[in-house]
Design a protein around this ligand. Structure first.
Ligand code: NAI
Ligand code: HPV
Length: 409
């Protein structure tokens, strides 16, 4: 598949799931005008039909980009996940098709950490049940089962960006922090890494989950893990709905084997705000249920809108893939007066030689060249002068292993 850079007005951006208007601003400032922004997600046939003429797609956590969707999206060049998680995207299928995927790895980190900390305080004070009672005319003034978080142990599962940020905030409030991670991590402040999940569950008063959705994190908290927790402990999940088994959690809470829980993400989430939310956790006292809003603050969304749109613009304008989550990362200088050839290919021996043979054959002068590989895919960028770009494109399509190429003028 090969393309020359289109007139910017012809490059179509589709933004789904109510992405912040900052994204549209960034795209417009960069000269892109063909932008459609929709408030909701799309799925299945409707998504595939809509993608037929789309070059760049923006989504959040709800839109599922499967191999089938990628196969139908013939013009798709790049995807922006305007969030942290990319589990909703078949990254391998995207890579095999030469579609670059970007995300915003840090822009909503703080929002999640703040929510979790607030929930820890609310749960240890039994606020959900007391507030609900007051709304109904009740008055549950009591110190029973109510505790300060000062001096309590926060157990963080997954000490990445969110876990580490939370660790710092929690220590500032006087909590003792322990964490479990599959990687050895630099503990911030006085936090301590514990040898395994079981040790964390045994010791923590508040267990909070900040792992990505992976095969290894699927249902990592089930009946056995819940029963390893202190009966006075609380569980917070603002990671992904597949990390905690909901039925055993509901049973443990209802049976008083846990003091409380705050859950922001669910195995099945409503597709839109108009759909009904179903969960066995509904109605259980001292449970905070939130509609996947860990990262949904205006501050986070505004920053994410800027960050991801800028990444898409850089990739569209000059081929830069810095911080792509699925393609080789190449940070490229501007290319004034030169044509730039972007070539994504299978990482097999001889592709660079063959590209250069084609370039030489078409009489171009190579003024700069960059090669980066990532797993089974390679990315070669050649800045060139002279030559017939139409012929070049044709010959490049014949290079064994070519996935896609673009020429930028
Ligand atoms: N509720 C919400 O609205 C939001 C949810 N999230 C979720 O939070 C997740 C975490 O975000 P970040 O901290 O930015 O990710 P990150 O990638 O910086 O950190 C994840 C950490 O989990 C660790 N990890 C991976 N597998 C593990 C396992 N089996 N056991 C223990 N640790 C494991 C990793 O080594 C890493 O340190 C995201 O992947 C996303 O799914 C992120 C933002 C908003
Ligand atoms: O950033 C993430 O991974 C999130 O879960 C936030 O998702 P959202 O953009 O709110 O659909």
């Amino acid at each position: 598949m090969s393309e020359t850079s289109l007139d910017k007005a012809k490059i179509k951006f589709l933004l789904l799931e109510g992405i912040h208007p900052n994204a549209v601003e960034v795209l417009k400032q960069a000269g892109y005008t063909n932008i459609e922004s929709l408030p909701g997600a799309l799925e299945g046939e409707a998504l595939m039909a809509k993608l037929a003429d789309v070059h760049f797609l923006g989504i959040r956590s709800r839109t599922q980009l499967t191999a089938e969707v990628f196969a139908a999206a013939h013009k798709l060049v790049g995807v922006g996940a305007f969030c942290i998680g990319t589990n909703q995207i078949d990254l391998d299928a995207a890579r095999q098709q030469g579609v670059a995927v970007f995300n915003a790895p840090y822009s909503n980190t703080r929002s999640v950490a703040e929510l979790v900390l607030a929930e820890a305080i609310m749960l240890l004070r039994g606020v959900p049940a007391k507030s609900q009672a007051a709304h109904q005319g009740g008055w549950l003034k009591s110190a029973e089962n109510s505790h300060e978080i000062r001096g309590k142990t926060l157990g963080i599962v997954g000490y990445g960006s969110i876990g580490a940020q939370l660790s710092v905030l929690a220590e500032a409030l006087g909590m003792h922090v322990i964490f479990h991670d599959v990687v050895t991590k630099l503990p911030l402040g006085n936090a301590q890494q514990v040898p395994n999940l079981q040790a964390l569950l045994r010791e923590a008063d508040v267990v909070t989950l900040h792992v990505p959705e992976l095969p290894s994190t699927q249902w990592m908290i089930g009946a056995a893990e819940l029963s390893a927790m202190k009966p006075s402990g609380v569980l917070i999940n603002a990671s992904r709905g597949t990390v905690v088994e909901i039925e055993p959690l509901a049973e443990a809470l209802a049976a008083g084997k846990l003091l409380g829980a705050a859950v922001d993400v669910f195995p099945v989430e409503p597709k839109s705000n108009k759909d009904q939310f179903q969960s066995p956790l509904r109605g259980i006292p001292n449970v905070i249920l939130t509609p996947h809003i860990g990262g949904s603050t205006l501050e986070a969304q505004a920053n994410i809108g800027l960050e991801v749109a800028e990444k898409l613009v850089k990739y569209s304008d000059n081929g830069t893939t810095t911080s792509s989550v699925n393609l080789p990362e190449v940070a490229l200088p501007a290319h004034p007066g030169k044509n730039r050839l972007l070539h994504i290919h299978r990482n097999v021996p001889g592709v660079l030689t063959e590209i250069n043979r084609v370039l030489t054959q078409t009489g171009v002068n190579i003024t700069g060249q960059f090669l980066q590989t990532r797993g089974d895919v390679g990315y070669v960028v050649s800045d060139i002068e002279g030559g017939d770009t139409a012929e070049l494109r044709h010959l490049l399509d014949g290079v064994p292993g070519t996935i896609r190429s673009r020429v930028l003028f």
